[in-house]
Design a protein around this ligand. Structure first.
Ligand code: FDA
Length: 400
C-alpha cells in the first residue's frame, strides 16, 4: 500500500473491471504498457458472469452501427469496424473456447460465462496487467499531463486514465454513476441515462389482464417510435417482457404507446378472411387458437377485441376487418418500465461529441478515456453490447 502522498507511478489506470475495462487492460498490456485495473466490487466482470442466462451472448455476427442507439448514430462505426466479431472469435479460438449460434446471429459460449471471464483475466495477465478488487476511488485530479487518482489503497499517478465503470443498470451488482460524475468533472455533457432492454409495467385493467396470463409467450411484432421488432413476447405479473418488448423498450419514452401485432408481419383481417373462406364453420376463437396461445385468445375475447364464440361465416367483412385491426394494431400504454432493477443496459451516458470516435479519448482532457456502457452507445439485445465493450476497449487499448 502506498503512503497517502506518495503516488504509485503507472502508465495506465483503468477504473472498472468489467468486460470493457479488463479487455482494455489486456490490449494495452500487449503493447508493453504497465496497466492496473481497479474495481470496487469483490469479483471482476459480474455482468459477464450472469449474461446470456449464464452462457454469455458475447457478440453478434450481424454487428454494425445500425444496431446501436446513440445521439450520434455514426459514432460507433470507427471502433466497430476496427474490432469485429471475427476478431473476438479469433481470441476465443486461441483460448480453446467453443461457442454456438442460438438465433439471429447471437453467439453464446458452449460452457459457462466464467470461461470468458477467465480468458479476459488470462489476457490481462499475459500483458503484465494487474487487477485489484475492493478498491474505491475518492478523487481524480489532473496533475500536469498526468492524472492523480486517490483510492482506498493509496494514490496513483497515471499517464492515461480509462473510465470503464459501466452504467446504472442493476445497482445491487455494484452499478454506479461514477463515469458520469468523472465526465462532468472534466466538462463532458451527459445524455440523460435511462433504463433500456427492460420489461414494461402496466396499471389498472391491463396489469390485471397481463398478470392473468403470466408465463404465456407468443411471437409478435412490437413497435415503439421508429423501432419494429419481430420476436417473442412474454406476459408477466407486472406487464410485458420477452425479447420483442426489451428491444422496443430502448426506443420507448415515458407516456408513449407501444403497438403490438399479434400476427407478427401479417395483417389480422387477411388471416381471418382467408380462414373464413377455407373454414366458414370455424369460430373466430378456433381460428385464432391455430396461431395464438389459448389463454391469450380467451383474453382477447374478454377484452372485446375478437368475438371468439362467433362463427367466421357469421362475421361481416367489416367485423373481420375491425377484429383483425384490433389484434394487429393493438395500442397499449405502459405505465413505465421495471427500471434500473432489471434493465439489461443503460441508454444515454457520456455524450459522444466530447470523445474521439477513433480512440474514445476525451476532447476536453487529454489522456482521459471513456469506454463501454458508460458512453452514449447502446446496443440491441443479442450480444451487441458486449461487442461494443470489446470494440471500444480495443480502440482505447491501442493508444493509452
Ligand atoms: P460493466 O458494468 O460490465 O463493468 C463495470 C465495472 O465497473 C463493474 O465491475 C463495476 O463493479 C465497476 N464499477 C462501477 N462503479 C464503480 C466505482 N464507482 N468504482 C470502482 N468500480 C466501479 N450484453 C450482451 O452483449 N450480451 C448478453 O448476453 C448480455 N446479458 C446481460 C444480462 C444482464 C442480466 C445484464 C444486466 C446485462 C447484460 N448485457 C449483455 C449487457 C452487458 O453486461 C453490458 O453491456 C456490459 O457488461 C458493459 O460492460 P462494461 O465493462 O462497460 O460495464
Amino acid at each position: 500500500m502506498a503512503a497517502r502522498n506518495t503516488p504509485h507511478h503507472i502508465d495506465v489506470l483503468i477504473i472498472g473491471a468489467g468486460a470493457a475495462g479488463l479487455f482494455c487492460g489486456a490490449e494495452a498490456g500487449r503493447r508493453g504498457r504497465n496497466c492496473l485495473v481497479i474495481d470496487h466490487a469483490a469479483k471482476p466482470a459480474e455482468k459477464v458472469r450472469i449474461s446470456g442466462g449464464g452462457r454469455c451472448n458475447f457478440t453478434n455476427i450481424y454487428t454494425d452501427a445500425s444496431k446501436f442507439i446513440s445521439d450520434n448514430p455514426h459514432f460507433a462505426k470507427s471502433a466497430l469496424a476496427r474490432y469485429t466479431p471475427d476478431d473476438f472469435l479469433d481470441l476465443l479460438r486461441k483460448h480453446d473456447v467453443t461457442w454456438h449460434e442460438k438465433t439471429l446471429g447471437q453467439l453464446f459460449c458452449d460452457s459457462r460465462s466464467q470461461t470468458i471471464i477467465q480468458m479476459l483475466l488470462d489476457e490481462l495477465a499475459a500483458g503484465g496487467g494487474r487487477l485489484q478488487l475492493g478498491v474505491s476511488v475518492s478523487e481524480i485530479a489532473q496533475a500536469g499531463d498526468k492524472y492523480r487518482i486517490e483510492t482506498s489503497e493509496g494514490a496513483y499517478l497515471a499517464e492515461s486514465l480509462v473510465i470503464a465503470t459501466g452504467g446504472l443498470s442493476i445497482p445491487k451488482m455494484g452499478a454506479t454513476g461514477f463515469a458520469y460524475d468523472v465526465a462532468q468533472q472534466f466538462g463532458h455533457e451527459i445524455i440523460e441515462p435511462r433504463p433500456a432492454l427492460v420489461p414494461f409495467v402496466f396499471s389498472g385493467a391491463d396489469k390485471e389482464d397481463f398478470a392473468s396470463l403470466s408465463g404465456v409467450a407468443c411471437f409478435v411484432r412490437a413497435m415503439a417510435g421508429p423501432a419494429v421488432f419481430d420476436e417473442a413476447m412474454l406476459f408477466t405479473h407486472r406487464g410485458l417482457s420477452g425479447p420483442a418488448i426489451l428491444q422496443v423498450s430502448s426506443y420507448w419514452t415515458e407516456g408513449e404507446h407501444v403497438t403490438l401485432n399479434l400476427f407478427a408481419g401479417d395483417a389480422g383481417d387477411d388471416l381471418l378472411k382467408a380462414d373464413k373462406a377455407a373454414h366458414p364453420k370455424r369460430t373466430v376463437g378456433a381460428s385464432l387458437e391455430a396461431r395464438l396461445p389459448k389463454r391469450l385468445v380467451a383474453l382477447l375475447g374478454q377484452r372485446g377485441m375478437a368475438p371468439v364464440d362467433k362463427k367466421l361465416a357469421d362475421m361481416s367483412h367489416e367485423a373481420l376487418e375491425r377484429a383483425g385491426a384490433a389484434m394487429s394494431q393493438w395500442r397499449l400504454k405502459p405505465s413505465g418500465t421495471e427500471g434500473w432493477r432489471t434493465a439489461e443496459v443503460t441508454a444515454g451516458g457520456v455524450a459522444t461529441h466530447g470523445l474521439s470516435s477513433k480512440t474514445l479519448e476525451s476532447r476536453h482532457a487529454p489522456g482521459l478515456y471513456f469506454i463501454g456502457e458508460c458512453v452514449d452507445v447502446t446496443g440491441w439485445l443479442g450480444g451487441y453490447n458486449f461487442q461494443w465493450a470489446w470494440a471500444s476497449a480495443a480502440a482505447a487499448g491501442a493508444v493509452v
